[in-house]
Design a protein around this ligand. Sequence first.
Ligand SMILES: [Zn+2]
Length: 278
Amino acid sequence: MVFPLLALTVAPDRLSVVPELTQDTVRRAGAAPETNEPVGNAPNQLRTIVLDAGHGGKDPGTHGRYAKEKTINLDLILQLGRKIKANHPNIRIIYTRSSDQFVDLYERGAIANRNRADLFISIHCNASPSSSRVYGTETYTLGLHRTQSNLDVARRENAVILQEKNYQQTYKGFNPNSPLATIMLANYQHAFMASSIDFAQKVERSFQRNADRRSNGVKQAGFIVLWKTTMPSILIETGYLTNPAEELYLKSDRGQEQMASAIYKAFAQYKEEIETAN
Ligand SMILES: [Zn+2]
């Protein structure tokens, strides 16, 4: 499938990197919601949220000296879900995984689309191969990376597709290392970019205020997991497992409670604002 924007601006020999929708992807993305819609029909009401713990199963993600990313991601996402449920019992919460299992990247976004989610939150941990001194939080929305390090983060998070069974068909022609692929990624999320950035800023501010974290800010890069989501979507890098102090913090009960609480507070503020907006 050729996308008009690229057809106008890209030489034919470069089009091989354009991702194509497979039959399966189309069918899944267009399928009916898996469960009944919750009650309430106010136009701006936030009804359904999809919580995505990055990695899982055979894909451990990154690691520190002893902590595995997949485990911290799951602990944080479950805590966040419990806080949302406790304070907003009418919100439908859907987890892309609630145990240590492998879920394809494209399927995570497809779950959100099938269930007509109003918000998608993916939680991850970062790593710096060059220095154990690098630390801090970063929240990403889908878009063009402005720095090499942002691109490196997306490449690392995207690399898991190579472990998926049918990745050559699922992501036909998609090359995560291509700048052009990132442009394609950004087009899908365009309609939700302002809301995604707004929510991402709230999360980063909340990390500073409520968890005393160093915020490295809101950034953009081409994450496959956010690629085709049809709602505001963010990916949170909660800290660097390659930094010993941050690894200790993210592994600790206190650290996890603070981080989940900080994300929850940002969520509550975002929800309040969109529901009271005209
Ligand atoms: Zn990750």
